[in-house]
Design a protein around this ligand. Structure first.
Ligand SMILES: [Zn+2]
Length: 79
């Protein structure tokens, strides 16, 4: 591997090859990839993370279902 992918660390300003730290502890989210400076340990760059679409759709779906049941319940009491 002759390719150099050095980037400047925002913390110590030295040209470093970032170390990757994959954070996949939260299973509801995409694995978060954090690029760490090997010299000072500062976060150089972050990528990934955030909700995945399937889980987001499930959450929105259950909220809609809950709202529907609430409305139906209120209609029952309104009569
Ligand atoms: Zn650094």
């Amino acid at each position: 591997m002759a390719m150099e992918s050095r980037t400047e660390c925002p913390s110590c300003q030295s040209a470093v090859v970032p170390q990757l730290w994959v954070d996949a502890r939260n299973r509801l989210e995409h694995p978060r990839v954090v690029h760490l400076c090997p010299l000072c340990g500062a976060t150089v760059r972050e990528s990934g993370g955030g909700m995945n679409r399937g889980m987001l759709a499930l959450i929105i779906g259950s909220i809609c279902l809950f709202a529907l049941m609430l409305i139906l319940g209120l209609m029952k009491y309104a009569r």
